[in-house]
Design a binder for this molecule. Sequence first.
Ligand code: ZN
Length: 311
Amino acid sequence: MSVAEQTFIERLRGYVGREIESPRTAPWPVNEAMIQHWCDAVGDTNPVYTDPSFESVHDGIVAPPTMLQAWTMRRLGVKPEETGGQSLLFAELDDAGFTSVIATNCDQEYVRYLRPGDLVTVTASIAGVSNEKQTGLGAGHFVDTESVWRDQNGEIVGMMRFRMLKFRPASRAAATPVGVRAHPSMNDDTKFFWDGVAQGKLLIQRCSSCGSLRHPPRPMCGACRSLDWDTVTSSGRGEVYSFVVHHYPPIPGFETPYVVALIALEEGVRIVSNVIGVEPSGVAIGLPVQVSFQAVDDSLTVPLFRPTEAS
Ligand code: ZN
């Protein structure tokens, strides 16, 4: 490490331990309405969170632990404090050319369930700054922050360690990766699927006990918990249920922009794939598609989808 780099990293490390911003108390106590909205949004139907008459070990409604951060979120449009440790640290990194940021890790720890009426306050500080690292996105520094939530009695109820990479974005030309499309990971649960694809068949798992179809492949039936299954061969026909157009970052083996879509097969299961043979602007929800087996290399064929002839 050069003297200049050493000096720079020491200045960055000077922020370790500093508060990101002033402690922030939740604008509202933990409450049933927010819990209900959260459960609706994420599709969590566990009655322990929403049904006051449900008899559980908690003896009353509790909040989903993963809501921890939601209680103290800044209101929409409210900017972080400019004099907070993270703003100052990020400004230094920006000045040095590390202008982009991406979240890379998040670990949360829950000490106790929150109940309606609890009022939480979060404090957060810079926990660490790494040396300069080379990453697939460019050179950068990992910044760790640590947040602690306390209740109205000052007792810790949960913690979070959050890691971000502040990086210098590589130029587009330099960032274009070479190489081929990565092969999917195959294991005992997914082997049948890829064996089928190699033979030009799109196989869907079917529970031998209750007949439910499921995809992606997994050992147990989500409907009846049976471990017995066989397969049916899909017609390969379906429609675009949802999709995104991937522009950036570039991925080896893919030419951007490309379409990543959730295809609703006519048998009733959905599969993630790419839509090909049409400009991304021509893809829409409901577009009828048909599977198309594309050889990537000598050892891999993938099931992609293209618009059906009629469409
Ligand atoms: Zn079943």
